[in-house]
Design a protein around this ligand. Structure first.
Ligand code: NAD
Length: 481
């Protein structure tokens, strides 16, 4: 083994050892306080809120520096508002969520009582991606703290300034026995995924999600996997095209398309294909009148991601697809921004149609009818989001019933995700499990069934020795269950 690789192995060992030491501290702290009071949890949520509220400007600056240009309003909406929303929603409902849920007790078990009692799980791990680096680390953390758990966060190495800032501001507010941030790259991520957490929430790509699930399976650590995929936008014959185009352009261009629930591609009626392309381009021009110069239009996060997107567009061009650009490559490329690129009817075989795009590039495909649109969606993996535009309730219900997607917005994009009362999560290749609001609280709790038998409970009548009386009771129970 050369000196370099020996050092790398040692570093790897160090990383793993450091992570395990923090985990051991948190496990110990949990053992000492396995059921934090409502007041303690509320104080944790207050600390999380303070970390975000008092550092809003630094958060905006750090993320913009990491992206080389992220629109200020996008950070305020997509990181600050969403995270504060999650924290406050949880704090307001803490008492209700912590309360045991009473459930009915079957006749033959009466007069016992049955309840579901939420219990903290212990130590929760959170692995976060770069695209909404603050929100996707802290909003699951808020749910875990509300559930009474300890939290370790592994943010992305692609947004290093934001990760370092999170470590600093959370380090100031939290004892590491309650919440700790482990900054580092793939090595740290791999070591992190091997920790025997009581629950592990991963947000990121489907490919890495698979590895996380494998690592967690070795410890039987339950996982919530928030993954990606190709989310379709279906435009029905009955749709208001201009309104649909505005929502699609907004959903695609927010954060320059680097959003897990961004509409990935559009399915439009063949007779309205050209009108759709024109309407979406027009909507983009209205959203970003000075697209070549405005700071409202966000950059692509890294040179590697930028090169990938350019290659995908070039492949589409070489394949003969018609391309409509909003913005000029000459003006935008030097700032690692891409023109908004609409690709009309690309062949199914190119990367643009096989991989999640994750950038401001929008394939628009013609479909023959509503059934064809459903068949196209069902030919691919189950998407994280599905958008349906139109006024015809029957066609809408058919599309929603016959496709399986993580979540849906009808006549809009993105907004189902920004609501704490709706659970958020994928299905199939786009993920498993869910969080946000009460769904998050339940994900990070053990929802423990508790039956309290009464002295008078009839269950004892089913004990041996088995007699004719037992047979009569079995017959009776058979009728009442
Ligand atoms: P990614 O999978 O490359 O990385 C996510 C995290 O995993 C990072 O912290 C990274 O350091 C870590 N990681 C990478 N390799 C690892 C390994 N072998 N072991 C352990 N950890 C490892 O994803 P990304 O590029 O940061 O994010 C983009 C992807 O995330 C897209 O597919 C997008 O759709 C998806 N996403 C999903 C959601 C959602 O809520 N469902 C939200 C945002 C992004």
């Amino acid at each position: 083994m050369g000196a370099d690789s020996a050092r790398a192995a040692e570093d790897r060992g160090d990383v793993a050892a450091r992570l395990r030491a923090v985990f051991a501290l948190q496990k110990q702290a949990f053992a000492e306080e396995p059921y934090p009071s409502q007041a303690t949890r509320a104080a944790w949520l207050d600390a999380l809120e303070r970390a975000v509220e008092t550092n809003e400007e630094r958060i905006v600056e750090a993320i913009s520096a990491d992206f080389d240009g992220r629109a200020r309003a996008e950070t305020l909406i997509g990181e600050v508002l969403t995270t504060l929303g999650a924290i406050r929603h949880a704090r307001r409902r803490l008492a209700r969520w912590m309360r045991p849920r009473r459930v009915a007790t079957p006749l033959h078990m009466l007069p016992g009582r049955s309840r579901i009692v939420p219990q903290p799980l212990g130590v929760v791990g959170i692995i976060a991606p770069w695209n909404y680096p603050l929100q996707l680390a802290l909003s699951p953390a808020a749910a875990a703290l509300a559930a009474g758990d300890r939290v370790m966060i592994k943010p992305s190495e692609i947004t290093p300034r934001t990760s370092a800032l999170m470590k600093e501001i959370l380090g100031r507010e939290f004892d590491e026995r309650v919440l700790a941030v482990a900054v580092g790259g793939v090595e740290t991520g791999a070591a992190f995924a091997e920790i025997p957490f009581d629950h592990l929430l991963f947000t990121g790509s489907t490919a890495v999600g698979r590895r996380i699930a494998e690592a967690a399976a070795k410890n039987l650590t339950p996982t919530t996997l928030e993954l990606g995929g190709k989310s379709p936008a279906i435009i029905d014959e009955s749709a208001d095209l201009a309104a649909a185009a505005r929502a699609i352009a907004h959903g695609k261009l927010f954060n320059a398309g680097q959003t897990c629930v961004a509409p990935d591609y559009v399915l439009a009626p063949r007779g309205r294909l050209d009108a759709t392309v024109e309407a979406v381009a027009e909507a983009a021009r209205a959203l970003y009148p000075e697209i070549d110069t405005t700071p409202d239009y966000t950059a692509v996060v890294s040179d590697r991601h930028f090169a990938r997107l350019k290659e995908m567009v070039e492949e589409a061009r070489a394949a003969g697809a018609r391309i409509v650009e909003v913005g000029s490559a000459n003006a935008l490329h030097p700032r690692r921004k891409l023109p908004f690129t609409i690709v009309v009817e690309p062949p199914e075989t190119i990367r643009l149609m096989k991989e999640e795009i994750f950038g401001p590039v929008l394939p628009v495909l013609a479909v023959e009818n509503a059934d064809d649109a459903i068949a196209r969606v069902n030919a691919g993996e189950r998407p994280l989001a599905l958008y349906w535009f139109g006024r015809d309730a029957e066609t809408r219900d058919k599309a929603l019933k016959r496709t399986v997607a993580g979540g849906v917005t009808v006549n809009g994009t993105l907004w189902h995700v920004a609501q704490e009362n709706l659970p958020f999560g994928g299905v199939g290749a786009s993920g498993q499990g869910a969080y946000h609001g009460e769904a998050g609280f339940e994900t990070f709790s053990h929802m423990k069934p508790v039956f309290q038998a009464s002295r008078l409970s009839s269950g004892g009548m089913l004990h041996p020795p088995y007699t004719d009386k037992t047979a009569r009771i079995i017959n009776f129970v058979k009728k009442v269950i």
